[in-house]
Design a protein around this ligand. Structure first.
Ligand code: IPM
Ligand code: MG
Length: 366
């Protein structure tokens, strides 16, 4: 298979973690007889520095011409001036929107070797295996907005959803539940927000009409924040609008032990030349400017995102599982990066951790 991947390393630790994931993908390609061509593009702060734009046209064209996109992270203190005209995050939101990536899949699975490293009690964590489906191109991130102006210190953001936007993401989440434990928890704030009342009504209709075999429950977002810590193993697929999903997945990452472990896949309707969704794959963590350039960041979230890329955008399920198994093996062998160090095993840097994954890849020719 001839594969083209657009790599957008971005800012901060982005270049380090994407380099490790590219190494893993190269090893997968070598050992399974596929040819992967990597092309690099600018996104975020580095793109602002080079072109003045957080999402240059060439970057978008590159992504549209590729089978899938691998992204690191964007942002940093250098571009944090609140009065700046352009911000790195606009590049990230812009590319999600421009590629029509309305569904963001964030699986949260407890890595068994990290059970006792978590700040949460092992008996609460046992059996955690959930998938958050976050709506990614609507809601308060994209609704009408007014910045505060000098002399008129009023600002607002609008949480806006239309029926089709809710229907398509509800369908995708229910479909995912069908392939898992057939349980769907839809998160909203329907006791206060009009957009949430529409959300709840449309999700109910879609599931009742098209997925009668999926058990649907509705949970208010504040209660969900509590239940995620109290009984996380009770959830299968969790569906949430953009901002609620953003917040809940940072919380959920603590169930897995670290932000450095959670991958994500963003999917839409666009299909690549192999007939699979042209997805964008990125860790859920940010650019971590405090540790950028030190070579200590955990690359596993990006490596696991690369596994999702193999699965969702290329249909290479065996290869995806091989990468995930290699990550499991690394953790089982006691290897740790600084963020998950438990004092028991060796602490590796970013590149060494990536190399450890490559060495444990059980693929033909390996
Ligand atoms: C995420 C991040 C982004 C978001 C930021 C960097 C704009 O927090 O991917 O979760 O809010 O979507
Ligand atoms: Mg976030």
């Amino acid at each position: 298979m001839n594969i083209s991947i657009a790599v957008l390393p971005g800012d901060g630790i982005g270049p380090e973690v994407t380099a490790a994931a590219v190494r893993v993908l190269q090893a997968v390609a070598e050992r399974s007889g596929h040819r992967i061509e990597f092309s690099y593009g600018l996104l975020g702060g580095c793109a602002i520095d080079a072109t003045g734009q957080p999402l240059p046209d060439e970057t978008l064209a590159l992504c549209q011409a590729s089978d899938a996109v691998l992204l690191g992270a964007v942002g940093g203190p250098r571009w944090d001036d609140p009065t700046a005209k352009v911000r790195p995050e606009q590049g990230l939101l812009g590319i999600r929107k421009a590629l029509g990536l309305f569904a963001n899949l964030r699986p949260v699975k407890l890595a068994q070797p990290l059970l006792h490293a978590s700040t949460i009690k092992p008996e609460v964590l046992a059996g955690v295996d959930l998938l958050v489906v976050r709506e990614l191109t609507g809601g308060i991130y994209f609704g009408p907005r007014q910045e505060a102006r000098p002399g008129d210190e009023v600002a607002y953001d609008t949480m806006l959803y239309s029926r089709p936007e809710i229907e398509r993401v509800a369908r995708l989440a229910a479909e995912a539940a069908r392939g898992r434990r057939r349980k769907l928890t839809s998160v909203d704030k329907a006791n206060v927000l009009a957009s949430s009342r529409l959300w709840r009504r449309v999700v109910t209709e879609v599931v009742q009409a098209e997925f009668p075999d999926v058990a649907l429950e509705h949970v208010l977002v504040d209660a969900m924040a509590m239940h995620l810590i109290r009984r996380p193993a009770a959830f299968d697929v969790v569906l949430a609008e953009n901002l609620f999903g953003d917040i809940l997945t940072d919380e959920a990452s603590m169930l897995a032990g670290s932000m450095g472990l959670l991958p994500s896949a963003s999917l839409g309707e666009a299909v690549n030349r192999h007939g699979y969704p042209r997805g964008l794959y990125e860790p859920i963590h940010g650019s971590a400017p405090d540790i950028a350039g030190k070579g200590v960041a955990n690359p596993l979230a990006t490596i696991l995102s690369a596994a999702m890329l193999l699965r969702h955008s290329l249909g290479l399920e065996a290869e995806a599982q091989a990468v995930e198994a290699a990550v499991d093996a690394v953790l089982a062998d006691g290897l740790r990066t600084a963020d998950i160090a438990d004092g028991a095993g060796p602490v590796l840097g970013t590149a060494a951790m990536g190399q450890a994954v490559v060495e444990r890849l059980a693929l033909r020719g390996g």
